[in-house]
Design a protein. Sequence first.
Length: 323
Amino acid sequence: MNQTILYAEHVSKSYNGKKDKVTKALDDMNFDLNKGEIHSLLGPNGAGKTTLIKIMATLLAKDKGTVNIMGFDLDKSEREIRHLLGYVGQDTERSAYARLTAKENLHFFGSMRGLAKEEIDKQIDKLVTYLGFEENMSKQFMHLSGGQKQIVVLMRSLLHSPPIIFLDEPTKGLDPIIAKKIRRFLVDLVKKEGKTLLLTSHILSEVDEMSDRVSLIHKGKIAITDTPDALKESVGVTDFIEIERNGMSIDIINRIKNLDVVVSHVERNDWDSFGVSDPFDGTQAILGILKETNSRVRFKHKSVSLEDAFIHHIGMLEESFDK
Ligand SMILES: Nc1ncnc2c1ncn2[C@@H]1O[C@H](COP(=O)(O)OP(=O)(O)OP(=O)(O)O)[C@@H](O)[C@H]1O
Ligand SMILES: [Mg+2]
């Protein structure tokens, strides 16, 4: 049974910009987290992901609505809630003191949390060993690379062993090896220590690999919440078969389009992309036509990705908005 560890109900937030321009960032939003899950927030730039996370992390005041975290009401128990959360924001640069070393920063922020020195050392040891970060601990924060700073800030958020962790684009700008290491570390943390993780990322392969559930935010509301697989399935095709247009007649393209197994067709640059409802039957039928017409064209096969699902759903949402 899934146990809800956090819920937000009817949360709204507007920002007042220049010349009385009001931006509605969250519009009567409902959201929940299950204990022990990795949950990702997806959505176009400006959809409201950071706003939601900051509100739940007690860093930004909401206009309306309720947030409850492990039984504590955000409006009444901010202090308690802060103990339950680890938070890494989008702005890594400003999340630690430039002139302090990585280690000094962690000690400073640990003691601000009320942790004893031994406790902090113990936690730092564990994190540093896991992340292979020993040699950077005595460097000043300002002398670390972007990715190394990201790791320090991540460690900072975990010092007090919070049960719930919010990470706003934790692997942004990281090289693929560090990013992978962080992903593994986070998945381990959730699976072995029973933590709950909420993250945002624009790297959809990463979201697909890590997440138990994904919520798609659109214009300040949660549009869909589901597993990555279910989101991909709801695109309505299982695979795309792509054929280079050069050398193909309209006749052949139409014959392929009319196959029962072909559900969609889009032109992508020099390629025709056919969405099929079954990978095996689709490939066989399309190859059959190419063979029969002696069309020796370049041919690609692609399974539906979370990126396809994202584009599909955002496209549908925009359409229904425009109507
Ligand atoms: N401090 C602010 N003042 C005014 N408007 C703001 C402020 N912060 C965010 N907004 C606006 O609120 C909306 C939601 O922004 P938010 O940062 O939550 O988006 P996001 O989903 O995190 O986007 P991204 O993927 O780019 O990080 C946007 O339209 C943004 O312009
Ligand atoms: Mg953001």
